[in-house]
Design a binder for this molecule. Structure first.
Ligand SMILES: [Fe+2]
Ligand SMILES: [Fe+2]
Length: 396
């Protein structure tokens, strides 16, 4: 794997958005090529791709979990009922977007909106871009519920299935739904951003889906979601911190409350993987290594606004520069999960299992070293316009 790693561009601009070349997966019974499209021209011809931008997707591997492992998830149902569903918050005790926004039924509504707009004036453009990108990511929630429902053994088969897995998927979605909703309404009221361009980006993104290479495999799926929930916890925590620094305490509260949901979700997903390690250490460590080799793609990696063919990359660089989500965070999350699941201490593994263990345990320091080297190199900065802020340019 050393070769593959060194061939990667770990320069910060590329780190968050570029995936490893597709790994040939010999475990997978069903492999087919999805349409692999790539746009060569910078000038985008919208008429040719009315629903989705040109984007490369990986070789689509499906159903890579051996069918007999379906039993594992069936046998975990009682456990999931008692140990996972407890991480959902009762709806009556849940916050709602309304709690953090001007109340349209109150006398002081216009005054509250005015105050919100005044506060938001202090937010710089690069911050707005990152906040918008985070909001758009949240708004593509239909895709994430779809992704969970692709997973063998846990999917919601009917749309109202009573299994704890299906209950979780629906209730998790319902909790997540408040995130995009709240950020969207806040940004709309602020008047600082181009809502039409943002809404267009959301429509494109949902239309494009995502390609995290979960292979219908719940091992991969829950490793991905453990990682991803922690990543969003960190990112929203950082946008909260920055909002505070810019003097917008309400926005800080908004980002903070969203971050606390993400943390709860991370706890649940990482608990599922912890249990999988208990039941099937070999299979789980192999999946962990597989997911990390493919890299954890951010959920909105196919975003597009009808103009910028590298929109996600530009957004990622902005997030990295602002310290909202960085390559260092990526390494830290990996290291955290290795510790959380006691991967270093696993015993009784097969030869391949031991190799996978060694790989994931050594990966975070390697990523950090590569990142430091990339940071040390001279960086050329570029000035990029973002349609989300009326084509104003920011320094990347
Ligand atoms: Fe979220
Ligand atoms: Fe989340």
């Amino acid at each position: 794997m050393a070769l593959k790693l060194t061939s990667l561009t770990f320069q910060h601009q590329k780190f968050l958005s570029v995936a490893l070349p597709p790994v040939t997966n010999l475990r997978a019974p069903n492999v087919f090529m999805a349409s692999t499209l790539r746009s060569c021209s910078k000038e985008v011809e919208n008429s040719k791709k009315p629903f989705s931008p040109a984007r490369e997707v990986h070789v689509q591997v499906t159903h890579s979990m051996p069918p007999q492992n379906m039993e594992i998830f069936k046998s975990m149902e009682d456990w999931a009922e008692k140990n996972i569903l407890v991480h959902l918050k009762p709806i009556e005790k849940s916050w709602q977007p309304h709690d953090f926004l001007p109340d349209p039924t109150s006398e002081g509504f216009f005054e509250q909106v005015k105050e919100l707009r005044e506060r938001s004036k202090a937010l710089p453009d690069d911050y707005l871009v990152v906040l918008v990108g985070d909001m758009i990511t949240e708004e593509a929630l239909p895709t994430y519920q779809t992704m969970l429902n692709t997973l063998d053994g846990v999917r919601d088969k009917t749309g109202a299935s009573p299994t704890p897995w299906a209950v979780w998927i629906r209730a998790w979605t319902a909790e997540e739904n408040r995130h995009g909703d709240l950020l969207n309404k806040y940004l709309y009221l602020s008047g600082r951003v181009d809502m039409k361009q943002i809404e267009k980006t959301i429509q494109y993104l949902i239309g494009s889906g995502m390609d995290p290479q979960m292979e219908n495999n719940p091992y991969l799926g829950f490793i991905y979601t453990s990682f991803q929930e922690r990543a969003t916890f960190i990112a929203h925590g950082n946008t909260a911190r920055l909002a505070k620094e810019h003097g917008d305490m309400k926005l800080a509260q908004i980002c903070g409350i969203i971050a606390s949901d993400e943390k709860r979700h991370e706890t649940a997903y990482s608990k599922i993987v912890e249990k999988l390690f208990e039941i099937d250490a070999d299979g789980t460590v192999l999946s962990f290594a597989d997911m990390m080799r493919k890299k954890i793609m951010m959920p909105a990696h196919l975003m597009y606004d009808g103009r910028d063919d590298n929109l996600f990359e530009h957004f990622s660089v902005a997030a990295q520069r602002l310290g909202v989500y960085t390559a260092k965070d990526y390494a830290n999350i990996l290291e955290f999960l290795v510790g959380r699941w006691n991967v270093e201490k696993l015993t009784g593994l097969s030869g391949d299992g031991r190799k996978a263990q060694e790989y994931v345990c050594g990966l975070a320091p390697r990523i950090r070293r590569l990142e430091e080297r990339a940071q040390g190199r001279a960086k050329q900065s570029s000035i990029i316009p973002f349609s989300w802020i009326f084509d104003r340019e920011i320094n990347l």
